[in-house]
Design a protein around this ligand. Structure first.
Ligand code: HXC
Length: 508
């Protein structure tokens, strides 16, 4: 018996050592933690139960039968984050470069299947050289098995990917299909083809970091949501982020005790909107002043910053916040911001997270690049997402709500449940000057100025829309938190269903 216990301990110890001390040291020398160290930072202490620690690859080619390392390059299991269940996999770069073999893929699929069965999120820590080259097509099959599960799990359990090392080739498509991607600066990269192939094919010279590093993907491409300084920051932020998410689409929202008064007045909001319509202000201020304790987890802060998305809590319960940002491109909608907003709205709707929308939008961004880039189809994504969403939707118009963008931003007509406007709101087809220049083409500058003043007087306010019932109430800015909180209470048991369909056909 004693021997058996010792053997178990020895086998466990061997598995814990992954690819051995030398490779662990090499991982540390790159400023990266090992898979097991990452898991221990991410999970609550002593909560992690590892599965398949003794799984080995089944490859005999290229001398692989001589090289078997228990665990086969990925640590999988379940545990808790702040007491709530989660399934995880963490690729272990010290074992065959974290490359994905058939068995490695089976381990990932096993935790994904379990997460789907019980209803718990999946977090993947990616750090891998890609397909296990010695295994060939068996590895490709493994990837596809994971992809299939990513798709089946989408909208059923939240899926989060942390990219903490290489992630290249077709391997990028698993994270791409998850809900959120976090990356580590100067340490992780994602690309379909690397710098050498790019140089051969297009003659472009680019570094790994420029092509697919954390900064690139959180600014230019929008592939990833947030870039963190190091592994620890990324893992600690993931713990915070996890607290906002429901465990699955059949679980209720997480709720935490809230000591921030639900009816807190914020007098400073009464002067947030500047007197001149052309002067910007920071929409973050409104979001933070409405949220519990000013706590807002922003996603994609550096990409398409003309729209703000992220999670906050009101009375301890998660809400998804979408807001135009007047400080960037005057808050107008363009291709990137429409896509960014649309995917977030769809996540919230899939997981029954109410959506609070703050509107200050002068319209869609004009330009040849926008039209040729498909602003029609891409803008329609956000419109579609809001229109199909059945979760509670509360909208507050702070200033401009012009043209088609007024309709798009969770208007009453798209089944907004509570649509409020501040007294500073201007709900109109377009800005006064542009409107007058069209209606009174050919008039003198003086006449244009007079008609502009008249148009402003007539339309640059919330009352025309309110008189039609498009706005439920014009509210004092300082009471915004109270009105939103009260609205969410009343909408908690909202029931609304879309007509039966196999699925919709959102303009992709
Ligand atoms: C098997 C691999 C491997 C792989 C790395 N290793 N990638 N083993 N299959 N794909 C092993 C190395 O042999 C080495 O083993 C150890 O991992 C560490 O690798 P190094 O090269 O020493 O590390 P580093 O210098 O940090 O470079 C990391 C790397 C490089 C950039 C990822 O290893 C690399 O380019 N690997 C190949 C990447 C690749 O072409 N993958 C296939 C892509 S196609 P030892 O024993 O020396 O420690 C693909 C298709 C997926 O992934 C399709 C899905 C649909």
């Amino acid at each position: 018996m004693a021997t058996t216990i010792e053997e178990l301990e020895a086998r466990r110890q061997a598995a814990r050592m992954g690819g051995g001390q030398k490779r662990i040291d090499a991982q540390h020398a790159k400023g990266r933690l090992t898979a097991r160290e990452r898991v221990s930072v991410l999970m609550d202490p002593d909560s992690f139960e590892e599965y398949d620690m003794f799984v080995e690859h089944n490859c005999a080619d290229f001398g692989m039968d001589e090289q078997r390392i228990p665990g086969d390059g990925v640590v999988t299991g379940s545990g808790t984050i702040n007491g709530r269940l989660v399934y995880i996999f963490a690729q272990d770069f010290t074992v065959f470069g974290g490359s994905l073999s058939e068995r490695h893929a089976q381990k990932i699929c096993k935790v994904m299947d379990m997460a789907l069965k019980v209803g718990a999120p999946v977090i993947g820590l990616n750090d891998s050289g890609g397909a296990r080259i010695q295994e060939g097509v068996a590895s490709l099959g493994g990837y596809a098995e994971v992809f299939q599960r990513n798709v089946l799990a989408s909208g059923v359990v939240p899926q989060i990917s942390l990219i903490m090392g290489p992630c290249a080739g077709g391997a990028v498509y698993s994270p791409a299909m998850t809900d959120f991607i976090f990356m580590v600066k100067d340490s992780s990269y994602m690309f379909v083809t690397g710098p050498e192939v790019v140089k051969t094919v297009t003659n472009e010279v680019v570094t790994q970091e420029e092509l697919g590093g954390a900064v690139t993907h959180t600014t230019k491409s929008g592939v990833a949501d947030v870039a963190f300084e190091n592994d620890i920051d990324a893992l600690m932020a993931t713990r915070q982020f996890f607290d906002f998410l429901p465990l699955s689409n059949r679980h209720d929202l997480p709720e935490r005790p809230c000591h921030d008064p639900w009816d807190r007045h914020e007098d400073s909001l009464d002067t947030l909107v500047p007197p001149s319509a052309a002067t910007p202000y920071d929409m973050h201020e409104l979001i933070r002043k409405v949220a519990d304790d000013g706590d807002f987890f922003e996603l994609q802060p550096a990409h398409a910053a003309n729209i703000i998305i992220g999670f906050a809590r009101i009375e301890g319960r998660t809400v998804g916040v979408v807001a135009n940002q007047p400080m960037v491109l005057a808050g107008c909608l363009d291709i990137a911001s429409s896509k960014k907003g649309a995917r977030f709205v769809r996540f919230c709707d899939a997981f029954d997270i109410p959506i609070v929308t703050f509107v200050d939008v002068p319209g869609f961004l004009p330009g040849v690049a926008q039209e040729h880039g498909g602003i029609i189809k891409n803008g329609a994504k956000l419109l579609f997402a809001y229109a199909e969403a059945t979760v509670p939707k509360i909208t507050v118009i702070t200033r401009k709500a012009y043209g088609g963008a007024y309709d798009v931003m969770a208007s009453k007509h798209l089944r907004g449940d509570l649509n409020y406007a501040w007294p500073t709101a201007e709900i109109a087809v377009m800005g006064a000057k542009g409107a007058v220049e069209i209606i009174f083409r050919g008039k003198t500058a003086k006449e244009i100025a007079e008609h502009t003043a008249e148009y402003e007087e007539r339309f640059a306010n919330p009352f025309v829309a309110a008189s039609k019932g498009f706005i439920d109430d014009v509210i004092m800015p300082h009471s915004t938190r109270r009105r939103v909180a009260q609205g969410l209470r009343r909408l908690r048991d909202k029931e609304l269903e879309n007509p039966w369909k196999k699925h919709d056909n959102i303009p992709l």
